[in-house]
Design a protein around this ligand. Structure first.
Ligand code: PMP
Length: 358
């Protein structure tokens, strides 16, 4: 009797473990919670929801794209066991790729602009990636980090340049995962989705899915940091201007229409720019009001959702992306000295300055 009962409970335990576990590191990517941002929802009279992408196992939204481009390379036979993945990245895609490569046994080589935070470079190296910080020059310049990544991969056998900007398996990853998750989590009851773009993968893939599923009813908006050309491109009906200006936000803003963004750019309902002052102020407010510790692109996205709430009117449900946490940027975003050099100290409300402890 006892033996039968013991065998039964072992079986139940095994079943509980099997249903509760994921298929390795990559199985833990996605299915992130949608956080109701209470204070901002009350303030705007809308429901503002942030997709907690910082909960992905590599710590950012880019885990989805990293898995998407590696899977695509494997399926197309471009990457075989023991191969090398080479990418040009501002950091988060590299971190996602470094994790995926470790989990799948690939060598990972990352080229990145030398303007990125030391935390991201250190983390990449700790994850076993080879990192080459190179001068931050425009895409048109042959020394741009993306071209260096491509050339590096071309010289090797069994190596792939995953090309996150123009490889549309990036947007496809969001079409297949982020979009359906948001649709399900809101029971299809969302009026708008807004976010900033780097490669354009998140906005294009998620936006395309939500537009299709809602029969065109869900509005898709692009939010830009200063120095990006996308707002003027969309607002002018397709005129590409020279890039000028800069932003403290890392990983977003763009000087061209990438192939990922091109898959959806004509279906975007509107775009606007969010100043760095609004992003940094929101970053500190989110920490104080909601207890979420976010990177600057997430703060920009939430500031954009609040701006959109004002434009669309009360009662709407607006979803945005909380792309990563502040851990990767704390030596900048929470440093009084750094904020001072960027002229942003006065943008932070007086009672929130206490959080700038570094
Ligand atoms: N936020 C952060 C922190 C990022 O690293 C990136 C990607 N570089 C984005 C937002 C933008 O995502 P996407 O590339 O899908 O446009």
């Amino acid at each position: 009797m006892f033996a039968v009962r013991a065998a039964r409970s072992a079986r139940l335990l095994r079943r509980a473990f099997t249903t509760g576990s994921t298929n390795g590191f990559v199985g833990a990517i996605g299915n992130t919670p949608l956080i109701h941002l209470k204070t901002l929802s009350e303030k705007t009279g809308c429901t503002i929801l942030g997709k907690a992408e910082f909960q992905n196992p590599g710590g950012s939204v880019k885990d989805r794209a990293a898995l998407g481009v590696v899977r695509d390379a494997e399926e197309r036979g471009l990457l075989k066991a023991g191969g090398t993945v080479v990418e040009g990245t501002a950091g988060n895609t590299g971190i996602g790729l470094a994790h995926v490569c470790r989990a799948r046994g690939y060598r990972c080589v990352i080229f990145m602009p030398n303007t990125q935070s030391q935390e991201k470079i250190d983390l990449l190296r700790m994850l076993g990636a080879e990192v080459y910080p190179v001068p931050a020059v425009a895409f048109e310049n042959p020394a741009n980090y993306n071209h260096q990544a491509r050339e590096f991969a071309e010289k090797l056998d069994n190596a792939v340049w995953t090309n996150q900007f123009d490889n549309t398996s990036n947007a496809r990853a969001h079409y297949e995962t982020t979009g359906p998750e948001i649709w399900e989590q809101t029971n299809g009851q969302l009026d708008a989705f807004v976010c900033a773009t780097g490669t354009g993968g998140t906005l294009a893939g998620t936006g395309k899915f939500l537009k299709e599923k809602s029969g065109g009813k869900t509005q898709i908006w692009l939010a830009d940091p200063p120095g990006s050309v996308l707002t003027s491109y969309i607002s002018s009906g397709g005129k590409l201007t020279e890039r000028s200006g800069s932003s403290i936000t890392e990983g977003i803003g763009q000087g061209r229409i990438t192939d990922n963004l091109a898959t959806f750019v004509n279906d975007i309902d509107g775009a606007f720019t969010v100043p760095d002052e609004a992003s940094i102020s929101m970053l500190y407010q989110l920490l104080d009001n909601e207890g979420v510790y976010l990177g600057a692109s997430s703060a920009l996205n939430v500031a954009a959702a609040v701006e959109l709430a004002g434009r669309l009117g009360k009662g709407k449900t607006i979803v945005t992306m909380l792309c990563d946490g502040a851990y990767r940027y704390q030596s900048r975003l929470f440093s009084k000295k750094w904020l001072e050099t960027k002229g942003l100290t006065s943008a932070i409300p007086e009672h929130l300055k206490k959080y700038a402890v570094l």
